[in-house]
Design a protein around this ligand. Structure first.
Ligand SMILES: *[C@@H]1O[C@H](CO)[C@@H](O)[C@H](O)[C@H]1NC(C)=O
Ligand SMILES: *[C@@H]1O[C@H](CO)[C@@H](O)[C@H](O)[C@H]1NC(C)=O
Ligand SMILES: *[C@@H]1O[C@H](CO)[C@@H](O)[C@H](O)[C@H]1NC(C)=O
Length: 451
């Protein structure tokens, strides 16, 4: 490294000498301008070169074994108590890097280093990380961050440790597996990411109905970032895990940070917004990048309902055909208030199960002039670099708004426009198309879990 830096400086001096030869002589405005531009670009270029060299992996120790303990926790605090590691992912879409999804204090965390161990000879490489705090922090001091390190060229490390310093003893640092290292063939078409289950969640009936709707529409996998839920809900989750549909990612974020239940700092001044939802979403995208064709980002009370197609697969083929080069599809959210009931499908055995029966809520709130309906997304994860909740922040390719006549988000919850009389709402029975398979499937699950 020292050598690289010296070489860089020597080059700069050489350039400067050349510069003096041409620019030191007789003056004219034209020559002066050209000289200034040249000098500026030379300095900028050399600066960028030094910057890059600064981030190159450097060998610091040879012939050691890689011995740090492997951590399997979803959230691991570093010694600084300001950095939390979720998981490292291999990413070679631009260059060969390890991208670590984490949570950092946006001001306090200035320097981080990736420690790689190259087998079989045990050289230890240290790379200075680029810390990229996501722009959608919404005023909170902590936010999602990409901690990105160039990997050594000579090996494909399987594990990495993260440290505030390029010095120290690697044996003392926790090691994290670098996921997505191996190429995989897609095992599923659609994975749904439920980014935060919290507050002793007990909306059992609605959760089971959503799960069965996702399956009817084409999801083979649902990833739940679970903070807390009721005992009854645990039973339901266990059923779906054994079925192979649900993967639970423990999300004990409140053990480390004060979490807000609101999305903006001004509404609830805590450490991080909305249970760390944004970090969970980003982790979910990378976790499923290699195994799922599409990732669906919505909450458990939301269902993307196709209006022209029987399921997501046919809908997405058609949308992709119409929008080549797009990997991000945005769907409009519509509120179906749980306060307005139409008791057509009142299944008596469901009355003892806690939670909302969505089949009874088929009236949606009308659009408001001054409000843009929020969006949720179906994405091709390989085209996304960073995501927020209602849009992506950085991606390869464009985003497209899916029109209302193709699909909408059925969102059954408390009303936004609570004073509207029933006949100002729009009756929309799209969900009822699925009534018979939905009722059959929900009954099967209830019989094996709750009833
Ligand atoms: C983490 O998992 C790996 C492999 O599954 C195992 O070898 C290791 O002991 C686990 N570490 C801890 C701290 O449980
Ligand atoms: C559904 O039926 C039960 C009795 O079977 C009744 O108590 C309940 O009020 C009904 N729910 C609605 C929303 O009509
Ligand atoms: C319920 O589903 C069945 C079979 O798909 C259908 O024939 C029926 O019209 C649906 N009921 C309502 C009220 O939409």
């Amino acid at each position: 490294m020292q050598q690289h830096k010296l070489q860089g400086q020597r080059n700069l001096h050489l350039h400067l000498d050349t510069f003096k030869m041409f620019c030191g002589g007789k003056k004219s405005y034209f020559v002066a301008t050209v000289c200034i531009i040249t000098l500026t670009s030379m300095v900028a270029f050399s600066y960028l070169r030094l910057q890059r060299i600064d981030h190159l992996p450097k060998i610091i120790q040879e012939g050691r074994r890689c011995r740090g303990e492997i951590t399997n926790n979803t959230i691991t605090p570093l010694k600084d108590k300001r950095t939390f590691i979720i998981s490292p992912y291999f990413d070679d879409r631009e260059s060969k890097v390890t991208r670590v999804i984490g949570i950092v204090h946006h001001e306090d965390v200035k320097e981080l280093y990736c420690w790689f161990c190259c087998q079989p000879h045990g050289q230890i490489y240290v790379s200075k990380a680029k810390i990229d705090v996501h722009s959608d922090r919404f005023g909170f001091p902590y936010g999602a961050a990409d901690i990105v390190c160039l990997e050594p060229e000579i090996c494909d490390p399987t594990h990495v440790s993260i440290h505030q310093s390029p010095h120290g003893n690697i044996d003392q640092l926790p090691r994290f597996e670098i996921k997505n290292r191996k190429a995989e063939t897609f095992s599923v078409d659609f994975t749904v990411c439920i980014s935060a289950m919290f507050g002793n969640y007990n909306n059992v009936l609605q959760f089971i109905q959503s799960m069965e709707m996702y399956k009817i529409l084409g999801a083979q996998k649902v990833v739940v970032y679970k903070n807390s839920c009721s005992e009854l809900m645990e039973k339901v989750l266990k059923f779906y895990m054994e079925e192979g549909t649900v993967e639970i990612i423990p999300w004990p974020i409140n053990s480390y940070l004060k979490v807000s239940s609101k999305w903006h700092f001004s509404m609830d001044a805590k450490d991080i917004g909305y249970y760390g939802q944004i970090t969970a979403l980003n982790d979910c995208i990378y976790r499923n990048m290699r195994r799922s064709k599409f990732v669906v980002l919505n909450d458990a009370d939301e269902i993307i309902l196709p209006l022209k197609h029987p399921d997501w697969k046919t809908m997405m083929s058609s949308l992709q055909e119409q929008n080549p080069g797009t990997g991000i599809f945005l769907f409009e959210n519509h509120i179906f208030p749980e306060t307005i009931s139409t008791p057509v499908f009142n299944v008596s055995s469901w009355n003892t199960v806690p939670g909302v029966n969505i089949l009874q809520h088929v009236h949606r709130e009308p659009d408001r002039k001054e409000v843009i309906n929020p969006k949720k997304m179906i994405i091709d994860p390989r085209r996304v670099i960073q995501t927020s909740v209602h849009s992506v922040l950085r991606a390869y390719g464009t985003s497209v708004n899916v029109p209302m006549d193709v699909a909408l988000i059925y969102h059954c919850r408390m009303p936004h426009q609570e004073n509207l009389p029933r006949d100002s709402l729009i009756r929309d029975t799209t969900l009822w198309k699925y009534n018979s398979s939905l009722i059959t499937n929900v009954n099967k699950v209830l019989q094996q879990t709750v009833l």
